[in-house]
Design a protein. Structure first.
Length: 184
């Protein structure tokens, strides 16, 4: 078992020779810092680290199918067992990363299958989301309080995903507001 008090992970991508590092920032088990050799630094929560790890593992070569950077079940037909797992995950309201790691399917494939089975149509939901209602504040106008929270999160180096989660807005909305406020 990994000692989270000492957690530090470093890896190097072959494609561009970039070195990536994730370290726990302080004694808070939910506070991490990502950096790379190109000078990019941002803070991440444990949940964001888990999501990133799940996304990365999707493309780690573990079989012939993954060697091309595709999920293990890429271009394989869905089985009854897969459908049953998908239905169970939907009933449990699991996070997207759990669907991906359990079914070895892409986000798009999962959304299409949910629609095909008549469970739910997620074709209009934002990327990285299985919430059919979308963000809670999606269509509401921005207020000064939210702007200040966004500015603070930006200055802390928070990721767009984290800002989106905290402010209950889509990533696209966050990016547009950051541009409007002159933060990008």
């Amino acid at each position: 078992m990994t000692d989270l008090m000492q957690l530090s992970v470093t890896w190097k991508t072959q494609r561009d020779e970039t070195t990536h590092t994730i370290v726990r920032s302080n004694s808070d088990l939910n506070d991490f810092e990502y950096s790379n050799s190109k000078g990019l630094i941002w803070n991440m929560t444990l949940e964001e680290i888990e999501y990133l790890t799940t996304q990365l593992l999707q493309f780690v070569p573990q079989s012939k199918n993954l060697s091309e950077g595709k999920p293990k079940n890429h271009n394989r037909p869905w089985t009854e067992d897969d459908d049953e797992k998908l239905k169970n995950l939907w009933a449990q309201r699991a996070d997207l990363c759990v669907y991906i790691s359990t079914l070895h399917r892409s986000e798009r494939s999962i959304k299409i299958r949910l629609k095909y089975l008549g469970i739910v149509d997620l074709s209009k939901t934002p990327k990285n989301s299985l919430n059919p209602e979308g963000p809670q504040r999606g269509n509401l106008p921005w207020d000064e309080h939210e702007d200040q929270i966004l500015i603070n999160l930006y200055e802390e180096g928070s990721s767009i995903v984290r800002m989106s989660t905290i402010l209950e807005r889509t990533e696209k909305s966050i990016k547009a507001r950051m541009k409007y406020l002159g933060l990008r």
